[in-house]
Design a protein around this ligand. Structure first.
Ligand code: ADP
Ligand code: ZN
Ligand code: MG
Length: 486
């Protein structure tokens, strides 16, 4: 047994989701990403003396939406607090957040582990807060400050220390990520920082009941980095303990270029935030009617949709998972299936294949919203109908799809305009095959003496002279008959 197997990791995540509201949490400034530095600001988000913050109601709506989607109880009277600290990107000198009485408490999400087992991960709390600005250190100049982000609304989702490996942590994170995107409350962009995660990691001997001392990892801007950073930290702590050392509580910054985590200066993590209730904001009172109105409008959530996709459409687990990663992709698939002439398993699986390969390939190349995809879902479904009724072969369909990508036409119009209808006339196919067979007597002899893989050669030659339009099933049948007499 390796020393690593004596230990288990304990992980809790703190996730920050930037909300996709048009304006900030306590003022009317825009939240647009990428504006000129320090252009989206006003006296309120700069914390000038004498101004009063006013809560953006949509932030509360979004918080309740996420709370309900993650099985939390919604706090009927929650309050805002000031978290006091000094940093150049925080001109107010405090961040408005929630401390006691956060808007959502005691929820959970279920994650699926390898082998299909489900594990429940507790959510301690979800609270509303404002983001800080950004310090820019890497421009070969003195540190610059952009305060545009000050006052951008965030939800912080704090998990229980329920995860036991980096994989469990990334499954949980993926589940939260999919949920905020399905709910339409956050764009989930980890690179731009609108979805961020800090990971708290400790280790203990398996069987121990007390937790070990935790370290907090920051600065991971992709799922992959989260997984790597946690694995790195678990190993570091075990190695340290095995060498006789002790883990100290500290904050570490993940360095994705070097694949290591380095400690932040200890001064910066000496927390004493002096939280106190913000005297400028009234309590947030949420009644049952408000909660019910949000509950009524909750969309189908990722787990439920994935399950429905495998049950209703009889799709493999893999397909159901890929197709429901994003709500818009799942919608696209369902709109394509809706126009199928025969909604049998074969046609549905065919739509799934087209979406998972051709549609996703293009989507990964061109960064456009799914709703702007040039091949309409109805057109994709109609194309699968043309394959199913024998009008075009699967091979020609690739050309039709490529053409639809450019012209946005219906598949029928592409097929007619380019004369792509498949030739399924047995007589015509036999005629072409006879010509081919007379041209390749040697290959026929080799085939008959056992080189059966030459079948592919004959099919290819026939397709070539028929310019790809021959019905491949018929070509195979006719060739088999002529070559083997079967
Ligand atoms: P802090 O007081 O340092 O903010 P909290 O108790 O508020 O710590 O927890 C912050 C996060 O750390 C939560 O997600 C929690 O689940 C996680 N956590 C707490 N203790 C541990 C531990 N010993 N090991 C790993 N994660 C932990
Ligand atoms: Zn402002
Ligand atoms: Mg805490």
């Amino acid at each position: 047994m390796s020393v690593y197997e004596k230990y288990e990791a304990v992980i809790g995540l703190e996730v920050h989701a930037q909300l996709s509201t048009k304006s900030k949490i306590f003022c009317g400034c825009s939240t647009a990403f990428g504006s000129a530095p320090n252009s989206n600001v006003c006296p309120v988000c700069l914390g000038m003396p004498g101004v009063l913050p006013v809560l953006n109601k949509q932030v509360v709506d979004f918080a309740i939406r996420l709370g309900l989607a993650t099985n939390c109880s919604i706090t009927h009277r929650s309050i805002f607090a000031r978290k006091n600290y000094f940093y150049p990107d925080l001109p107010k000198g405090y961040q408005i957040s929630q401390y006691e009485e956060p808007i959502c408490q005691k929820g959970y999400v279920d994650i699926e582990l390898d082998g299909g087992n489900v594990k429940r991960i507790g959510i301690t709390r979800i609270h509303m807060e404002e983001d800080a600005g950004k310090s820019i250190h890497d421009l070969d100049m003195d540190t610059l400050v952009d305060v545009n982000r000050c006052g951008t609304p965030l939800l912080e989702i704090v998990s229980e220390p329920d995860m036991r490996s980096a994989v469990e942590a990334t499954r949980y994170l993926t589940s939260i990520w999919k949920t905020v995107k399905y709910l339409g409350i956050c764009d989930g962009n980890m690179e731009e920082g609108s979805f961020r995660c800090d990971a708290n990691v400790s280790v203990r001997i398996i069987g121990a009941s007390a937790f070990g001392t935790k370290a907090e990892l920051k600065n991971m801007n992709s799922f992959r980095n989260v997984e790597r950073a946690i694995d790195y930290e678990i190993k570091r702590q075990i190695d340290l303990i095995e060498e006789g050392g002790t883990v100290v509580q500290q904050t570490l910054l993940w360095n994705a270029d070097k694949n290591i985590a380095t400690p932040m200066r200890s001064k910066e993590e000496a927390h004493d935030y002096r939280y106190f209730p913000d005297p400028d904001l009234v309590p947030v009172v949420v009644d049952e009617a408000w909660i019910a109105s949000i509950q009524a409008l909750l969309p189908e959530l990722p787990n439920a949709r994935r399950k429905r996709f495998s049950d209703l459409y009889k799709l493999p687990a893999y397909d159901a998972d890929v197709l429901t990663q994003e709500r818009e992709l799942a919608d696209y698939f369902e709109l394509a299936v809706a126009v199928l002439g025969k909604k049998n398993d074969e046609n549905i699986k065919s739509v799934s294949n087209w979406v998972m390969t051709d549609v996703l390939r293009v989507m990964n190349e061109v960064k456009i919203p799914m709703t702007d995809f040039p091949v309409l879902p109805e057109h994709l479904g109609a194309m699968v109908n043309l394959i199913a009724d024998g009008t075009i072969s699967g091979k020609i369909a690739k050309d039709v799809f490529a053409e639809m990508l450019v012209t946005k036409e219906s598949p029928k119009s592409v097929v007619e305009r380019k004369g792509l209808v498949q030739i399924s006339d047995t007589g015509a196919i036999e005629k072409e095959i006879e010509t081919i067979l007379t041209a390749f007597p040697n290959e026929i002899a080799r085939f008959r003496s056992g080189e059966t893989k030459l079948m592919g050669f004959f099919v290819g030659e026939t397709m070539k002279v028929m310019r790809g339009k021959g019905n491949p099933k018929l070509i195979n049948e006719v060739l088999k008959k002529k070559l083997t007499g079967a």
